[in-house]
Ligand binder design. Structure first.
Ligand code: BGC
Length: 751
């Protein structure tokens, strides 16, 4: 696996050869136009400005924008990499034209690689957790925090914005994405990207497309019909692109219907650039480029991390006419356009000190809105107040020290290094589960000063059960590490944690289970636990947020953005298709050369088609453990008075109004969800989410809620017409608090 530590070493090495290299030093953007740089006139449009710059550029300058400067293990290094800011990608600038370098960093739930660069980054809750807030404002704040911290660290481009639909929940990167519904995922990622771009950082949406498993990701060929693709995974991207105008789209490693995503004409040109009018540039995932002429013609604009295909090979292809100059100019224009549109030319990042207290506060608030209360028998939670307890047993998952985080290129470094290692261990390592120093034990003790709070590591279920038995309440923590580069064999908890929970719950009828997982978990012990809390990878302030939920200082409002099935056997595919030996490069020297050349394909077929997530369980009549859209609160809510009004003009929005009442004596926020069943002729799964509203309600308060449904969300994709189509017929609208609790229904005819 690639390593940024090695990158640092190479930077030093390259430095010694610098005297021999011709170097273009990264530019500081000029402000204001003069007769030599008229494109610096900020009253011109990004398109006009980009077009003016392209006209001035030499062939070498154009080529220099089309690729990165290398990464050890993935491509040869350029000597210019010494000017990298230490992130995943660095593209040299063109000082004579006032065009700054592009400094890219991974930034899924926070800025990556801060440890090895001697910096600090805040970890937000993992993306799937944050999607459970169903709160576009929280997603915007999330993205804006990332944008600010990127700038403080000297970056001007984010590689966040993961939105692959959770078609296969065992995918090791499920935690980096926004769940299983394309409309929720698309709208949430759009808010996140808008937040990031509001800070004058180029935003990114990834991994386009169908990168739904990590096993054999450089070789796998995904077979799926066009309609299913457009209505599921691609719809999330379509909404994200349309609503946020990200500066970049990252194409994925895998093949789709025969062609690598990064040289897939259908995905990159027909859909992304023509149908969706995407204005930015397409960047390949790190070594996802496999050709020069084919990839360029298909619509790939930029190769990362090196210049195997889009460096001198591209120059030769242009000079020999095999890649037309107009095509090259189009790639360059798109990159420059995003730089102007996102503000990185006019407002380059100023390094600064991260606002740590301010950002921790945001991380805590987002976590409080992300933690899902799955079960709460006899109002076991919140603790405190009339539920005062005199002793609490805290058990398992290093809860005395910290909370786990998601791995891979999303990994954010905890301050002080991995909390479960001796202090001073510094950087995180690829493949190593990392705990943040946010201690649930400490946070619980702080909330319950007069209470005896004891800890057991949970290594011996009998000892843990004995401690649990002696306490009024047991809180047992369970964790599961997930990461890029791996898939889960099963959704069950690893390392005998099921046995631990069962033993503790058998010993104490007041057992609260807290899950620290990236995605859904099977729970053979679910009936035994009195409360279950899904905390996800809760980020830098996870323990404080969790303690606020457990003690009722924050009222849970989050709802699952992904179904929790009863067992692995209920998933559409019993197993993830694994790569045969020739499709992997495990441990091979020069593996990058084989990957670049293209590994032999192996096949996976997504024949569940449209039936992703809850649509699968609905259509197949399978009972689930916890449904999509589900989550409890300490408040209760009721729904009444649904009215559905079709729009007057064709293709106008359908307007729903209804009343939500807080039937409890505690203020809270309810996520009111709207689903639709399409006319039978549409041949769709039983229902789909078409809108929602998060409503804040005081005790006993009622509010009239209006949800306007975009006709796109009611449409099917007609492959013959290559267009979305709203079929005439009866549409049944359903409203309520989860995909399986929809008390209000009304059918209307739409033309
Ligand atoms: C990941 C991308 C990431 C890139 C750069 C790849 O391995 O798939 O998500 O942005 O590396 O680190």
């Amino acid at each position: 696996m690639k390593s940024y530590c090695v990158l640092n070493a190479v930077r030093l090495l390259a430095f010694s050869t610098l005297t021999l290299a011709v170097v273009s030093v990264p530019a500081v953007a000029q402000s204001g136009a003069n007769h030599k740089t008229p494109w610096m006139n900020t009253s011109l449009s990004p398109d006009e400005r980009a077009a003016m710059v392209v006209k001035e550029m030499t062939l070498d300058e154009k080529i220099s924008l089309l690729h990165g400067t290398g990464m050890v293990g993935l491509s040869p290094m350029s000597p210019l990499a010494i000017y990298s800011n230490g992130g995943a990608g660095y593209v040299v600038g063109i000082p004579r034209l006032g065009i700054p370098a592009i400094q890219m960093s991974d930034a899924a739930y926070g800025v990556r690689s801060s440890g090895e660069n001697g910096r600090y980054s805040t970890a937000l809750p993992s993306n799937l957790g944050a999607a459970a807030s169903w709160d576009p404002d929280a997603a915007f704040a999330y993205g804006a925090l990332i944008g600010r911290e990127l700038r403080d660290q000297g970056y001007n481009m984010s590689l966040g914005g993961g939105v692959n639909l959770a078609r296969e929940p065992r995918n090791g990167r499920t935690f980096e994405y926004m769940g299983e519904d394309p409309i929720l995922a698309g709208l949430m990622v759009a808010s996140l990207i808008r937040g990031t771009q509001s800070q004058h950082v180029i935003g990114d949406i990834k991994h386009y497309a169908m990168n739904d498993q990590e096993s054999g990701r450089n070789a796998v060929n995904v077979n799926i019909d066009k309609r299913s693709m457009r209505e599921s995974d691609l719809l999330a991207f379509e909404i994200g692109v349309h609503e946020a105008n990200p500066g970049a789209v990252m194409c994925s490693y895998n093949r789709v219907n025969g062609n690598y995503a990064c040289e897939n004409n259908y995905l990159l040109t027909d859909v992304l650039k023509k149908d969706w009018h995407f204005k930015g540039f397409v960047v390949s995932d790190w070594q996802g480029t496999h050709s020069t002429i084919k990839a360029s013609a298909a619509g790939l604009d930029h190769e990362e991390p090196g210049e195997i295909f889009f460096g001198s090979a591209m120059k030769e292809a242009v000079q020999s006419g095999r890649v037309p100059m107009t095509e090259l100019d189009e790639h360059v224009r798109r990159i420059l356009r995003s730089m102007f549109a996102c503000g990185v030319v006019d407002d380059p990042p100023q390094r600064g000190v991260v606002d740590i207290p301010g950002d921790l506060e945001i991380a805590r608030k987002v976590a409080e809105q992300s933690i899902v209360l799955l079960k709460n028998e006899q109002n076991q939670l919140p603790l405190g107040g009339s539920h005062g307890v005199s002793s609490i047993a805290v058990i398992g998952a290093h809860a005395d020290i910290g909370m786990i985080s998601g791995g891979g290129s999303a990994q954010v470094d905890p301050p002080g290094g991995n909390a479960i290692l001796p202090p001073g261990k510094g950087q995180t390592k690829w493949g190593e589960p990392v705990w943040f120093p946010t201690s649930p034990l400490r946070a619980i003790r702080a909330k319950a000063p007069g209470t005896k709070v004891q800890f057991d590591a949970g290594n011996d279920p009998a000892a843990a059960a004995a401690l649990a038995k002696s306490a009024d309440v047991a809180i047992v923590f369970a964790s599961r590490w997930e990461s890029e580069g791996m898939d889960l064999e099963s959704l069950s908890l690893p390392k005998h944690q099921d046995q631990l929970i069962a033993a503790v719950a058998a010993a104490n009828p007041h057992t609260i289970v807290v899950l620290e997982t990236g995605g859904p978990v099977t729970m053979p012990w679910a009936d035994q636990a009195s409360a279950i809390v899904e905390a996800w990878y809760a980020g830098s302030q996870g323990a404080e947020a969790l303690a606020n939920i457990i003690f009722g200082e924050a009222n849970p409002s989050a709802k699952l953005a992904i179904t929790f099935p009863k067992s692995d056997a209920d998933l559409p595919h019993h197993e993830i298709v694994k790569p045969p030996r020739e499709s992997t490069t495990n441990g091979e020297p020069d593996a990058w050369k084989k990957i670049a050349a293209g590994l032999p394909a192996f096949q996976t077929t997504y024949d569940e088609g449209l039936k992703v997530g809850y649509k699968w369980y609905d259509a197949e009549n399978k009972q689930v453990l916890f449904p999509f859209g589900y989550g409890l609160s300490y408040s209760t809510y009721s729904y009444a008075d649904l009215r559905v009004k079709p729009g007057e003009a064709p293709a106008s929005k359908v307007r729903l109004s209804f009343t939500v009442t807080n039937t409890s004596n505690r203020a809270g926020s309810e996520i009111a969800e709207v689903y639709a069943a399409l006319p039978a002729a549409a041949a769709e799964p039983p229902k789909r989410l078409v809108g929602w509203s998060k409503v804040k309600l005081n005790p006993a308060e009622s509010k009239d809620v209006v949800v306007e449904v975009d006709p796109l969300y009611l449409s099917i994709f007609n492959v013959d017409r290559n267009a979305w189509q709203l079929l005439p017929g009866d549409y049944k609208f359903m409203v309520g608090g989860s995909s399986q609790s929809l008390p209000l229904t009304q059918s209307v005819g739409l033309k």
